[in-house]
Design a protein around this ligand. Structure first.
Ligand SMILES: *Cc1c(COP(=O)(O)O)cnc(C)c1O
Length: 324
């Protein structure tokens, strides 16, 4: 905020902003070791997805998703008139190669051999927390006919990134956001790293001057605080491991997470009742118990150490509440 305040006086608000957002894209490119022509920025990664689907989607040009996953992928597809074909993750929320092959077949038999035009994966997956390995992503990229989008909104919490594959996988699009690890959700800034031709296609459909001057400066300045961001992420990862260990000794099923949240399923109580009982103790987590494929599941976001202590103090007590 201080850095942005100091910069603010030099922003020429009577002029249109840099249409190409070059300084911002150069900073992002340097941050990831890619070239600026491999970076496309938009107002949140959701708008990046919208641009990608305006460019590549549309009627008769379906996309593929694997549920349960981030619901906005399907939602944004639908509002761009793009059909969504959904496959299912297995009981551990992994995407199995046989399921990918099956859904690709469904798409191509209905819509032709170029379908699906975009395949969505989310790694770490929201809300389940699991990641795709680089080997499996490289294999998926060979299995799908169109683009492979990997949403890495929580990428910095994980131990590897699909950005490492960008040079060898020309149909790969990796999505990042300033909303999570950079703690800048209010800024509305996200970006894609992809082949220059894919970047050019997204630029073609974005509105002229869609990134204001203030946002361009703020994003560029934020990247200067990489060390602080990484420190915060490391602290959250440590707390996540503490929570994971604590959950393993309680009557819940939980799944390994490389994000800043953990999905778990109470085994002895109803999820919605556990959620309510926690709320009554001033602990607010996320109730997914009614979502398709997430029967009885709850998702806890890693908080500060004292918030996590409070959650861990309350959970055993609410789990022994009314039985199923
Ligand atoms: C939060 C989140 C986003 C962020 O969207 P923005 O538009 O950048 O705020 C994108 N993808 C996933 C999976 C998320 O959880």
């Amino acid at each position: 905020v201080d850095a942005l305040g100091a910069e603010f006086r030099s922003i020429q608000l009577h002029r249109y902003p840099d249409r190409e957002a070059l300084a911002l894209r150069e900073a992002i490119a340097a941050h990831h070791g890619v070239r600026p022509d491999q970076v496309f920025c938009a107002n949140g990664s959701n708008e990046v997805i919208q641009c990608l689907l305006l460019a590549y989607g549309g009627p008769q040009r379906p996309v593929m998703v694997f549920t349960p996953t981030y619901e906005l992928h399907s939602h944004i597809a639908k509002i761009t008139g793009t059909p969504v074909i959904a496959g299912k993750r297995n009981d551990d929320f992994e995407v199995e190669p046989a399921e990918i092959a099956r859904v690709v077949d469904v798409c191509s038999s209905r819509y032709g051999r170029r379908a699906p035009v975009v395949s969505f994966l989310c790694s770490p997956n929201n809300p389940t927390g699991g990641v795709e390995t680089l080997d499996s992503l490289a294999a998926v990229a060979q299995m799908v006919p169109g683009l492979l989008l990997v949403d890495e909104a929580y990428g910095q919490f994980a131990s590897s990134s699909a950005i490492e594959l960008i040079a060898s996988q020309p149909r790969l699009v990796v999505l990042r956001t300033f909303s999570k690890t950079w703690a800048l959700a209010g800024l509305r800034l996200g970006y894609a790293i992809a082949h220059p031709r894919v970047i050019a296609s997204m630029s073609n459909v974005a509105l002229p001057y869609h990134l204001d001057a203030f946002k361009q400066a703020a994003g560029r300045l934020a990247l200067g605080f990489d060390a602080e961001m990484s420190e915060r992420v490391a602290a959250i990862v440590k707390e996540r491991e503490r929570l994971q260990r604590a959950l393993s000794s309680l009557p819940v099923q939980s799944w390994p997470s490389q994000a800043n949240f953990i999905l778990f399923r109470p085994l002895s109580a109803r999820g919605s009742e556990v959620w309510q009982a926690l709320l009554e103790r001033d602990v607010l987590i996320r109730d997914f118990s009614g979502s398709p494929g997430l029967d009885n599941c709850l998702r806890v976001t890693i908080g500060t150490p004292s918030e996590n202590d409070r959650f861990l103090a309350c959970l055993p007590e609410v789990l022994s509440g009314p039985a199923l």
